[in-house]
Design a binder for this molecule. Structure first.
Ligand code: THU
Length: 160
C-alpha cells in the first residue's frame, strides 16, 4: 500500500512579533471577547477579519439555552463580514479566547464546522486566508489558508 503524506506548516511567535497590521486584527479579536455571549460555557471567543479593502470586522460566540442553536465566533464573524461586504475577500482571520481567569496562554484552534466555513469563504473569493490563533504566551500563524487545518477537505469541486 502506498502512503500519502500531508504536511502542515504552522509558524509560532509571540504577539509582539506580528506585523502591525496583523497585530491590529489580533487585538480586535481579543477586544471582541468582551462582547461574547457565553453564559453557559463562560468561554469567551472573539474573532476578527481583515477584508481586502482593509476593513476590520469582529464577532463573538453567541450561545443559546438550546445549545446547538448557538454559534462560534469564527462563523458569526465570517457570516457577518460576508453579508455586509459580499465583494470583499477575507485576507486575515484572527481568533482569541478568554475565560473568567483571563486570556488563554495557548491559542485556540477553530472547530471542525468553522474550518469548513473558512474553506467555503476561501473558495468563494478564491483567496487563501492568513489565520492567526492568538495565545497570550504564543500565537500560531497559518500563512496559506485553512487547508493546513483541514486536509482532505470536501468542497464544491466534488459536486461537479
Ligand atoms: N467556540 C468558538 O466560538 N470558537 C471555537 O473555535 C471553539 C468554541 C465557542 C462555542 C461555545 O460557545 C464555546 O466556545 C465553548 O465551546
Amino acid at each position: 500500500m502506498k502512503e500519502m503524506e500531508i504536511n502542515t506548516t504552522v509558524k509560532v511567535c509571540t504577539v509582539d512579533e506580528l506585523s502591525p497590521s496583523d497585530r491590529e486584527v489580533v487585538d480586535a479579536a481579543r477586544a471582541a471577547t468582551a462582547n461574547s455571549y457565553a453564559v453557559y460555557s463562560h468561554f469567551n471567543v472573539g474573532a476578527a477579519v481583515r477584508l481586502s479593502d482593509g476593513t476590520v470586522v469582529c464577532g463573538t460566540n453567541q450561545e443559546n439555552a438550546a445549545y446547538p442553536s448557538g454559534l462560534c465566533a469564527e462563523r458569526t464573524t465570517l457570516f457577518w463580514a460576508n453579508s455586509q461586504y459580499p465583494t470583499q475577500a477575507v485576507e486575515v482571520l484572527a481568533i482569541a479566547a478568554r475565560t473568567e481567569q483571563g486570556e488563554l496562554e495557548k491559542p485556540i484552534p477553530p472547530c471542525g464546522a468553522c474550518r469548513q466555513v473558512i474553506l467555503e469563504t476561501e473558495k468563494r473569493f478564491n483567496k487563501a486566508m492568513r489565520i492567526i490563533l492568538y495565545g497570550a504566551k504564543e500565537c500560531y500563524v497559518i500563512e496559506d489558508g485553512v487547508k493546513a487545518l483541514l486536509p482532505l477537505s470536501f468542497d464544491a469541486g466534488f459536486l461537479e
